[in-house]
Ligand binder design. Structure first.
Ligand code: GLN
Length: 257
């Protein structure tokens, strides 16, 4: 099941960038070693993209940006923070690169530039595994839906609550969101399907996804808009190289097989 999901995401992600294949030539004039340390912001905890394992920060985002930095010969330092703080920190010039399973959206493109997509995701509706009443958005009238600040799930919830008649609870991290539903404070939550599937499979959470996917989107690596073309080019070149040399696939397989 997990494997199938990983492969699907991988295939979709690769498929989406297939038309970019003629851009995959990395610039080889990388001789001037950049001494700057680029600060990368990731979510507090967002397995399988970033999480602490045996005291070490690991995950797809973490491995991917480390591999890109190595491939393109630049230095990074990773900082964890509330997901909703990542773009503001970039705007305040406290971060150079934003990750955190960040979906590429038109709204975000007003403030950041995104790399080529690196993972296919999308938001699912999630309820307690013994909930028989809620099978789709149509069953949410009078219910409480919990979402995480600043996410695509929160944006979806906020723009559809009039239509479906639910109230919204906002929290700042995914673990609290899951807890609100498992302890019955909220009836449903909205989370990216690769993340909730991973949490259910590895954490034994008593949750299940229901209904159709609410959104379809792709994760991208972000830099502050208009000011970082060179860095963005390195990120895209690195990503393309990792896809070509199999390292990208290896990173995904480390977490999703
Ligand atoms: N992919 C979602 C978004 O970009 C959620 C990211 C997250 O919660 N870290 O809004």
């Amino acid at each position: 099941m997990k494997k199938k999901m990983a492969l699907l995401s991988l295939v979709t992600a690769l498929g989406l960038t297939a038309c970019d294949q003629n851009n995959t030539q990395a610039t080889s004039s990388n001789d001037a070693t950049d001494s700057k340390v680029y600060k990368v912001g990731v979510d507090n905890t967002y397995p399988p993209f970033e999480f602490t394992q045996n005291g070490k920060l690991v995950g797809i985002d973490v491995d991917l940006i480390n591999a890109i930095a190595k491939d393109q010969d630049f230095n990074i330092e990773i900082e964890q923070m509330d997901f909703s703080g990542i773009i503001p920190a970039m705007q305040a010039k406290m971060l150079d690169i934003g990750m955190g399973g960040m979906s590429i959206t038109d709204k975000r493109k007003e403030t950041v530039d995104f790399s080529d997509p690196y993972f296919a995701a999308g938001v699912s509706l999630v309820v307690a595994d013994n909930n028989q009443d809620i099978n789709s958005l149509d069953d949410l009238s009078g219910k409480k839906v919990v979402v995480k600040n600043g996410t695509v799930g929160a944006a979806f919830a906020n723009s559809h609550n009039d239509e479906y008649g639910y109230s919204i609870i906002q929290v700042s991290d995914s673990a609290s969101m899951f807890q609100e539903v498992t302890n019955g404070t909220a009836d449903a939550l909205m989370e990216d399907y690769p993340v909730i599937s991973y949490a259910i499979a590895t954490g034994g959470l008593k949750l299940k996804t229901v209904g159709e996917r609410l959104t379809g989107d792709n994760y991208g690596i972000s830099v502050l808009k208009g000011a970082n073309d060179e860095l963005l080019e390195k990120i895209n070149d690195g990503l393309a190289n990792l896809k070509e040399n199999g390292e990208y696939e290896k990173i995904i397989a480390t977490y999703l097989e």
